[in-house]
Design a protein around this ligand. Sequence first.
Ligand code: EPU
Length: 433
Amino acid sequence: MEKIVVDGGYPLSGKVDISGMKNAAVAVIFATVLSSGVCVIDNLPEISDVADCLAILQSIGANVRMVSRNKVEIDTTNVRDTEAPLDLVRKIRASYYLAGAMLGRFGKVKVGLPGGCNFGVRPIDLHVKAFERLGATVDLGGGCIDAVAESGLKGANIYFDSCSVGATINAIIAAVMADGLTVIENPAKEPHVVDLANFLNACGADIRGAGTSVIKIYGGRPLHGCEYAIIPDMIEAGTFMVAAAATGGGIYINNAIPKHLETITSKLREMGVRVDEYDQAVMVTAGEKLLAANVKTLAYPGFPTDMHPQMAVLLCLADGPSHLNETIWNGRFRYVDELQRMGAKIRVEDRTAYFEGNTVFSPSIVKAVDLRAGAAVVLAALATEGRTMIEDISLIERGYDNIVSKLRSVGANIRKIEVPEGSSKAFFSEIKI
Ligand code: EPU
C-alpha cells in the first residue's frame, strides 16, 4: 500500500510548473475517435485518469504511442464498433465521452455507465437528452448506455436547462458528426469545453461560440489528424495557490492562465493573500493573517466546485468564522470527517459547511476520500506541525501530476512510501523524509 507522509508546518516557496488540464485531456483523448488521421496530443498530465482513457482507446483498437512523458500519438483508424471492457470504463467518469464519440463515428454505441468520484447521484439525463435531440434512441438498461441513430445523426437545437460540463462536451462531440447545424443553448462555459472545441476545430470541425452561452456546430465535415497541446490545469494551479496561502509561504505558479484563475484569485485577495498576475503565471504570497470569507461554488466563471475542499482548508485556518455553500455536488463534503480528525471545527447543514476558523491542525492518519478531498488533506498536512500520513493516495494520483515531487520542489517535506501490511505507528515515526 502506498501512502503519503508529510512533516508539515513550514512555509512553501519557489516555483512550480502546472501540467495540462485533466478534464480537458480526457475529453480530447476520446474525441480523437472522430478523426481519420493521427492526432498528436501534447501537454498531457501524467495521471492515472489519462492512462485509463488511453487504455480504453487501445481496448477498442486505437494505436496509442507515448512519444514522451507528456505527449502521445493516437491513431484511431482501426477503432472497432465494440464494447470497451467494463472494468476500465467504470474506473473513470470521462468514459462517458466514448458514447458521444462512438455515436458520432458509427451511429451506434454500447458502453458501460461511467465511474469517477463518489459525490452521490451523478445523473446523465442531459447527455441522453442531447443524443436524442440529435436523432439517437437511447436505452440505459443493464448498466449501459446503448444508443443508436438509425438514420444517422442530424443537427438540432439542444437547450440545457442546467449547466453540465459532461453533457456539453458529449453534445459537441456527437454534433460534430451530425449533418447540418446544431445549436447548444445554456452550455457549460468551462475552459475545458473551449479546449475541446479548439482541438476539434484544429481537426477541421466548425464549432463557434464555445465559452459563451450559445455554441453553434456546423457538423458533418470529415475530421483529419492534428497536433494539439492541452491547456494548463486551473484546479492544479488553484491547489498550489492554496498551498502557498495555507503554509504562510510564496509560490510562483508557472504555466498557468491567470484569466481562468480569476475567481480563486479574487477570493484569496479577499482573505488577505497577495496574488500578482503575469502573462502565464501567478505569484501567490501569504499575508500577515488569513481573513475569514464566505464562498459559494458555481459553474464557470463562478468559484469551481473542484476547489471546494482545498478552499475549506483555508477557511479552517482563517481568523474567524466562514461558510462555504456547495451548489454543484451534494456529496462534496466527504473531506469534512478527515479534516475533523485533524482538529477542524466544521459543521455541515444541508449544502453549506460552517467553519469556526483559527484551527491549529494536529497531525493524524487521514484518507483521501476522493480526488479533491485528497488534495485538501495534503494541504492541511502541509500546514500542520508534525507528521501526517495520508492513505488511499491513488485517488489523488487520478488527477494530480507528480504532486509529491512538485511539492518537494517548493520545499515540502513530503514523501510517498510503500507501507508493509500491518505496520505499526512506530514504523511511521521512524521514516526519514
Ligand atoms: N447533472 C445532471 N444531469 C446530467 C449531468 C449533470 O443533473 O446529465 C448535474 C450534476 O448532478 C451536477 C451538475 O449537473 O449537479 C454539474 O455536473 P457536470 O455534468 O457539469 O459534471 P461532470 O461533467 O460529471 C465535470 C468534471 C468534474 C467537475 C464537474 C463540475 C470531468 C471529467 N469531470 O463532471 O470534475 O466537478 O464537471 O465542474 O470533466 C474533478 O476534476 O475533481 C471533478 C470531479
